[in-house]
Structure formats: C-alpha cells, structure tokens
Design a binder for this molecule. Structure first.
Ligand code: 6PG
Length: 248
C-alpha cells in the first residue's frame, strides 16, 4: 500500500505543517459545502497544534463559526478532569477561538459509558451532514498513535476493533483499568480526510512496524478510508526507523 508520509525535520515544523494542513482542509470544506466538521484527538502534540490554530494568522483565514468540532475518543472522566481530552482542547483552543458553543460536540463522559457512547453516536448522526453518505462523513479526523499501535481508543485485543454497526462504542481497556469512548472503524474510515499526527523517538518502532508491515496487526493499520484521503504527519524522530527510499 502506498501511504503518504510527510516527514517534518522537527516537532516545531510538524506542528506548523499540521496546522496549515488542517486550515487548508477546513477552508476547502467550507468553500465547497458551507460548513466543516473536524474530529480532534487527545495527546501532547495535538495540543500544540490547537494552540497554534488560535493565533491570528489562522483566525484571519478560518471561519470558525462554520466549523463543528467533535472528539474521536474520550476518557471516562468528568469534563473538568486533567485527563479529559475535552478539557485539554478547551484550554488550548476553545477558550481562545471564536467557536459558537452549539458547534462544540463533546462526549458526555459524566454519563455511564454505554449511555455516553449511544448519545454521542446520535449526536454525530444529527450534527454531521449526511449528503447521502452512511455513516456520516467527517471532513477531517485527526488521530494519534499509541506505542502499542492503538489509535483513538481502539486498543489491541479489544472488542471495539470488531465493531461493524455502531459508530461510537465504549471500551474497557484492561491495561488502563478504565473505560473509554471511541469512534469505531466504520465511522472513521468513512471520513473525507484522515490525518495521523505522530511525534518523537518513542513512536519510531511502532511507526516502522505499521507503515512497513503488510497485514493489519495493529489497530492503526485498520484505518483505511473507503473513499477519502489518509496522510501521516510525522517528525524525523518518529520517522527515524523508516527506510527513507520507500516513502520519499
Ligand atoms: C488519547 C488518544 C490516543 C492518543 C495516542 C497518542 O490519548 O486520548 O486516545 O489515541 O492519540 O495515545 O498520544 P500522544 O500523541 O500523546 O502520544
């Protein structure tokens, strides 16, 4: 499979290029359809991207009032918890960008996990224009990569990987001894654009295994857009074990 990998020389440039890519895709979606849907991920590198997106050079170009925000996954903690992906995005981004509250679609993790997942699925169905596409197609889904090959909260060995009907599910992750809520592959793979953001030496080995392995062994390898684009945005530390020739 020929997967586009954009390797930035360092994390600063990775953050810059990713913010530019997001801006480009949102502006394009708004131009074509009058609205844009963006699914956010948790993690430390995304946080820097969100902070950058609040700066003037992006605020001038992106019509934030036309952008709807969603979360690809969430930890089952209250929204004010330091572990909450929603809280991270609120601090890094929402508190500084002109996003109307009605465009912010957070996962209600104060509810029991099953209920939160079912309600979020309904929210997605209501809020994302279907345009005849089932499941709904997000304009852009951002994803991270865990050292065990997980993405969103789709962890190796969990039932959530097999889900074919539900768009959002709750998953108990034994290693973390915690519930998570996650979008599932049928929903993720229907997106118009999917962007993996991966940074740091700690991700080099799993990134190599994922991009050079044939069979889908890791959850992140099950991300295969049906009818959309997939790009991996990585820095040179994360890419240090990739054979350059293969991806340049
Ligand atoms: C989360 C996400 C998870 C994350 C990866 C990478 O933590 O909320 O579920 O999929 O994106 O673990 O995280 P880092 O980019 O922080 O390494």
């Amino acid at each position: 499979m020929n997967i586009p990998v954009d390797i930035a020389p360092d994390q600063d440039l990775l953050v810059q290029r990713t913010a530019e890519k997001i801006a480009f895709l949102l502006i394009e979606a708004i131009r074509l359809r009058g609205t844009a849907s963006l699914v956010l991920s948790g993690g430390t590198t995304p946080r820097r991207v969100y902070e950058l997106l609040t700066t003037l050079s992006f605020a001038k170009r992106i019509e934030w009032s036309a952008v709807h925000l969603f979360w690809g996954d969430e930890r089952c903690v209250p929204p004010h918890s330091p572990e909450s992906n929603y809280r991270m995005v609120r601090e890094a981004f929402l508190d500084h960008a002109a996003i109307p509250p009605s465009n912010i679609h957070r996962i209600e993790t104060e509810l029991p996990p099953e209920t939160a997942a079912a309600r979020y699925e309904e929210e997605v169905r209501q809020a994302v224009p279907q345009d005849g596409r089932t499941p709904p197609a997000f304009d852009l889904i951002m994803l991270g990569l865990g050292e065990d090959g997980h993405t969103a909260s789709l962890f190796p060995g969990t039932q959530a990987l097999e889900e074919r009907d539900r768009l959002v599910t709750c998953v108990y992750v034994e290693r973390l001894e915690a519930y998570r809520i996650s979008m599932t592959f049928p929903l993720i793979n229907n997106a118009r654009n999917i962007l993996f953001l991966v940074s740091g030496k700690g991700k080099a080995e799993i990134l190599r295994a994922i991009l050079t392995g044939g069979e889908a062994v890791y959850p992140a390898q099950m991300v295969r857009p049906v009818n959309g684009n997939l790009v991996w945005m990585v820095d040179s530390d994360a890419a240090s074990l990739l054979e350059k020739a293969k991806h340049s």
